[in-house]
Design a protein around this ligand. Structure first.
Ligand code: SF4
Length: 78
């Protein structure tokens, strides 16, 4: 197993305090990763999420954010 096998794929973060349950994110998601449950959006199919960002752009309340992690890889001496 290499390091890439141990890193979980990221999914969008949804702030339930900002989500109004409008469902726009669910409608624009091309992979069906989101569901509205009890009036709030949640990522129910995290493996399906391809991190497109359509949900983040569609959300009228800015409830969705996509965190990114920046890593630096050492280069070989030249
Ligand atoms: S688009 Fe935003 S406000 Fe609407 S259901 Fe999705 S997360 Fe909630």
């Amino acid at each position: 197993m290499n390091e890439a096998d141990t890193i979980a794929s990221p999914v969008p973060l949804i702030d339930p305090a900002l989500c109004n349950g409008c469902g726009l994110c669910m409608r624009v998601c091309p992979t069906g990763a989101l569901t509205i449950v009890e009036g709030k959006a949640i990522v129910t199919h995290s493996a399906a999420c391809e991190y497109h960002g359509y949900c983040e752009r569609a959300c009228p309340t800015q409830a969705i954010t996509r965190p990114f992690e920046i890593t630096f890889t050492p280069t070989k001496d030249v």
